[in-house]
Design a protein around this ligand. Structure first.
Ligand SMILES: [Mn+2]
Length: 319
């Protein structure tokens, strides 16, 4: 069986998807074999508790990346198309929720397909980039990559360290609790950046497990402390980035389900990304909780510009 052939049946190829374009839409077509980064969408929007719309996240990211945003990065003076070979698998098929198919059975079958996909991308020596979709999906990708013992850089307004929420064990507020509690990652390998809302139990869990926290106020007061810390801890280290778009301040993210004030701005995020050591090895990432409402693609544009800068700064060094 050729490379990744087994998992391709899980996906609807980008050309047949809702927006009909591939991520970044480089002028030269990259084949699966020649790629070093593989993007796939998981438009899961089932356990979201407040605002809905994450099912449109991958569409929003693809459309803005292909139709609106140049691959030339202005301040870096580099063109991503010259630096990274990206292949887009398309969007994972999500079963319909009905009387034959419960919410938890959908989560576990989608989750198992995410783990298989990420595992196969990894064994092909390529980097998986997961586009969400609700944050629940990160659990399954991180689990599949956990053997590499990565340091997890988790950008988010929320800790997502609840054991369950509204009767649901695997949902958008619980992935990092379960990653730690199930033994996939130790708490001290989790760095939470931009946090500004959780409950008291989540704070206590983070403290007990040695989670490293840089809350939004600490970053506003002294971003240099975080930059120096990241430069040191990412030196010669495998890293995984889980990026919830709601780490950005509320005015930047008008569509995501749980926007929060007191957030970070794009200049701060760029500084933080650039502080990661050039000796760090990016083994995977996800961009989650991106949504669209009323044809508003601002969040898609911000997600794409963030992804491009992560790839330009962290992947480029290893080609
Ligand atoms: Mn969040």
């Amino acid at each position: 069986m050729s490379i990744l052939e087994e998992v391709q049946s899980y996906f609807i190829i980008p050309e047949l998807g809702d927006v009909g374009v591939s991520f970044a839409d480089f002028p030269r077509k990259i084949s699966l074999i020649d790629s070093n980064v593989i993007v796939f969408g998981v438009p899961l929007d089932l356990t979201t508790s407040f605002g809905k719309g994450t099912r449109e996240g991958p569409n929003s990211i693809r459309l803005t990346s292909a139709k609106q945003i140049e691959t030339y990065l202005f301040e870096e003076n580099i063109d991503l198309a010259d630096e990274v070979n990206i292949y887009d698998l398309g969007d994972m098929k999500i079963p319909q929720l009905d009387s034959n198919c419960s919410l938890s059975s959908i989560i576990s079958s989608v989750g198992s397909n995410i783990s298989t996909t990420a595992g196969q991308i990894k064994s092909s020596d390529k980097i998986p980039i997961l586009l969400g979709g609700e944050h629940t999906i990160s659990y399954y990708q991180v689990k599949a990559l956990a053997d590499a013992k990565p340091l997890i850089l988790h950008f988010d307004a929320h800790r997502d360290l609840k054991p369950e929420y509204g009767g649901m064990v695997m949902c958008h507020t619980t992935p990092f609790y379960h990653l730690i509690n199930d033994g996939h990652i130790p708490g001290h390998d989790l760095v939470q950046i931009g946090i500004r809302q959780c409950d008291r139990e989540e704070n206590q869990f983070a403290l007990n497990k040695g989670v490293n926290t840089f809350d939004a106020w600490a970053i506003h007061d002294d971003i240099e402390k975080l930059l120096l810390y990241l430069k040191e801890v990412t030196c010669n280290r495998a890293i995984y980035i889980s990026f919830d778009i709601d780490v950005y301040d509320l005015p930047y993210v008008p569509c995501t389900g749980c926007p929060e004030p007191f957030g970070l701005d794009p200049f701060q995020i760029t500084k933080i990304i650039k502080s990661v050591s050039s000796s760090a090895l990016l083994i995977g990432m996800d961009m989650v909780e991106v949504a669209v409402r009323n044809g508003d693609y601002r969040e898609g544009a911000l997600a794409v510009q963030t992804l491009y800068r992560i790839l330009a700064n962290l992947q480029r060094a290893h080609l």
